[in-house]
Design a protein around this ligand. Sequence first.
Ligand code: GAF
Length: 389
Amino acid sequence: MNKEELLKAYQEKFGEKGQDIFFSPGRINVIGEHTDYNGGHVFPAAISLGIYGVYGPRKDNKITLYSGNVHGPVVEFDLDDETVEKDDRFWANYFKGMLTYLRQRKDGAKINHGFNLYVKANLPSGSGLSSSAAIEMLMGIILKEEFDLDIDRIALAKLGQKTENEFVGLNSGIMDQFACIMGKKDSAIFLDCNTMEYEYKPLKLGDYEIIIMSTNKQHTLASSAYNDRVAECHGALEKLQTKLKIKALGELDDHTFDEYSYLINDETELKRARHAVSENGRTLRATKAMEDNDLAKLGRLINASHISLHYDYEVTGKELDTLAETAWKQPGVLGARMIGGGFGGSAIAIVKKDQADAFKKNVGKVYRDRIGYDASFYDAEIVDGTKKI
Ligand code: GAF
């Protein structure tokens, strides 16, 4: 979408000129899945698919949101109301949660007039590319910049996580919000979710590119299954803590885990914890492989990540397995795996640039034959985090 189209859409909806345009990216994750809430490492990057927001101030205290994708009635709330009610439109709650928690801060009083916001996404919602975090960070940066709030980007990411955990009810980690708001062009973020230390690592893929493959399957029941995984990992951690002084599974290496895994006398919890620990190890090795330009090794680790998410974490499902397994068989592919929470959503593949067209055609055909509808393929660029454009 270009700026003229966005400003025109704003004007058509609100009958006046919009003032500023913001863009909030979605994210991919190279490796490190379901490790964030286990205090492990992740390696995500912000992508050029995301959500635009056109902002215009109002003289009254109303905040009015309109989604150019959903086209339903506007979402309205009033700054004079002490609490912000939950909405039955799930996407509106990501804005509402951020507004609620920003207003609770000391300088929240600076949010002292209403505004209109026209929102338009080129990122499919429910695609496992973090559209919800993109919305939260969009609202966060708009409020920070338009009302001059004294809050840094990492604190905004944490409020996004609080929105998910407390306003929406998904016990997610920090990866998505962190990637959306801290993204850096052409780099992935190597983040330790235990200490919150992070480092940008250039995504050097040479003759290869990352192709995003969306299952186009909405993951409706995903949030309760996600919360189950979080609880199962917590159960395993508590059992290990009877003998080990650790705060998170991410502190363990494979060897120590094997030695103490006898403490986890629940088969499901054992599998979940084994994934969390092994995936963290793979993430450390994968970032090193990227630094060493060992792309073949990076690809093998990515494949192993999918296999662990399939057998130990059980979050892949037929659609994601079809994409990854079909991708593995194509020429010019170094690795492929599901990304995000799972149960639908998207996968990525690292594919030789000159084989990309054949790759999409072949994987697309197998997917359609086996699943009964089309997958979508995107070549996204790696971009900066949420900002005014
Ligand atoms: C979802 C969550 F929001 C993230 O915090 C993360 O746990 C991811 O699933 C799995 O790695 O995107």
